[in-house]
Write a protein that binds this ligand. Structure first.
Ligand code: UD1
Length: 416
């Protein structure tokens, strides 16, 4: 698929954020922790969710969808989900913990996902090993076996979101108490803990670096509405700011986008927060800023590319340091095609702003957030920007181009 954007545009109006992709994916995996029905409300219609639902079906779960809700009965017959589907997204590896906890054995391919770094899973596996699982690699797959998972103390060398979630899910059904030290603090981790607790789990400390999970014999069914997507909210904020626009974004938890709001304010954007919406307006030139990506509550790596596209419109130089992933500057060569002036030194990018000077070009979306960044750059650039492989954007954003169009963007999508 390719997308054509006619710029420059000024985005103006009101829009609404959908449900968080990174909260929904682990929650869908965690629905396998029980064989009783679990209903998830307001499911976002994005590719990654379709992939996980397909995987759940394949291993035996019954899935019923009704409008935006899905009900899952977590039967598990097949302990080896198909490699082809697992490799489509990184989030699929989160099925390891729940299947291992329920069925004592699982075989799963090493995951796929965005090409933003080597993305190892050693911390996930370290956790399962410490809980008593035997872990082997067979033909590119991980085979994990544990007649009994036992609670233990696990220190994560890095507060990995995925490792915290995977271990938390397995620990929910393990014997005894598991303590995760240096756990990830991301709101999606907290949401997963709340979800498991609504099913009868006993997880304390979510949102702090010390998680305490008391294992229970079984979990029951329930209903849950996951949190709104803070990365979609941040992307919309940046898009409005980049186009010197003005808008109201509904269904946002302002506390979840604090780092993005702080950096946009520093660069000269007006932002007002209410309980569940944000007002945003830029009328002044973009000021130079320094952005460093960090685990939550630091500036999210998932907003780095979009912020870079925004800073291309700065009158001076800005700096972005990427500390979470080692190869997350794949959008830079594409922004250069549009006339951006960006130099990479190791994990740092120096962006010499061009003011209003980007120009439309044919570019390629290499991953989800890079695609969003190119879309933002295209909204600001003069002329037509064509984004090839724009289906990456649909992997994680629900109707993103449609939402931008309603704010005044001129966007056409067509098969390439
Ligand atoms: C999740 C998000 C992703 C986001 C990232 C960081 C999902 C589905 N994806 O990815 O959008 O960019 O958090 O906020 O929720 N690491 C290891 N060993 C491991 C696991 C991770 O070294 O076993 C490293 C990674 O290579 C990376 C860093 O830890 O450098 C962060 O990764 P992690 O927090 O695990 O990200 P994901 O859960 O994959």
């Amino acid at each position: 698929m390719e997308m054509k954007i006619k710029g420059p545009t000024k985005l103006v109006g009101e829009t609404r954020v959908g449900t968080s992709k990174n909260a929904v994916l682990p929650i869908l995996a965690a629905s396998l922790l029980t064989d009783e029905p679990v209903t998830i409300h307001q499911l976002p219609k994005i590719m990654d969710v379709k992939v996980v639902l397909q995987l759940l079906k394949e291993i035996g779960a019954e899935i019923e969808t009704e409008e935006n809700d899905v009900t899952i009965r977590g039967e598990i017959f097949n302990l080896y989900p198909s490699t082809e589907w697992v490799r489509k997204i990184r989030g699929s590896f989160l099925m390891l913990g729940p299947i291992l906890a329920r069925k004592k054995r699982v075989r799963i391919s090493l995951p796929g996902g965005c090409s933003i770094g080597s993305r190892p899973v050693d911390l996930h596996l370290k956790g399962f090993h410490l809980m008593g699982a035997d872990i082997r690699f067979v033909g590119g797959d991980v085979v994990a076996e544990a007649p009994k998972l036992r609670g233990t103390r696990i220190y994560l060398d890095f507060p990995s979101v995925g490792a915290t979630e995977n271990i938390m899910m397995a620990a929910a059904l393990a014997e005894g108490t598991t303590v995760i030290e240096n756990a990830a603090l991301e709101p999606e981790v907290v949401d997963l803990a709340h979800f498991i607790n609504t099913l009868g789990g006993r997880i304390r400390g979510a949102g702090t670096s010390l998680l305490r999970i008391e294992g229970v014999a079984s979990l029951h069914g329930g209903h849950y509405t996951p949190i709104p997507d803070r990365i979609e909210a941040g992307s919309l904020m940046v898009a409005i700011a980049a186009t010197k626009g003005e808008g109201v974004i509904h269904n946002v938890i302002p506390g979840h986008v604090k780092a993005v709001s702080a950096k946009l304010r520093e660069s000269g954007v007006e932002i007002e927060e209410e309980a569940d919406r944000i007002f945003i307006r830029r009328s002044a030139p973009i000021q130079s800023i320094y952005v460093k990506t960090l685990p939550y509550p630091g500036f999210p790596t998932d907003m780095q590319a979009q912020m870079m596209a925004y800073l291309c419109g700065c009158e001076n130089s800005s700096i972005i340091s990427e500390t979470v992933f080692e190869n997350r500057f794949l959008h830079v060569p594409e922004l250069l095609r549009m006339g951006a002036d960006i130099r990479i030194e190791g994990r740092t990018a120096i962006i010499r702003g061009r003011g209003e000077g980007l120009s439309g070009a044919v570019v390629k979306a290499t991953d989800l957030r890079a695609g969003a960044a190119l879309l933002i750059a295209g909204l600001c650039a003069n002329g037509i920007t064509t984004i090839e492989d724009c289906e990456h954007i649909d992997r994680g954003y629900e109707n993103f181009s449609e939402k931008l169009s309603r704010l005044g963007a001129e966007i056409d999508k067509s098969p390439s």
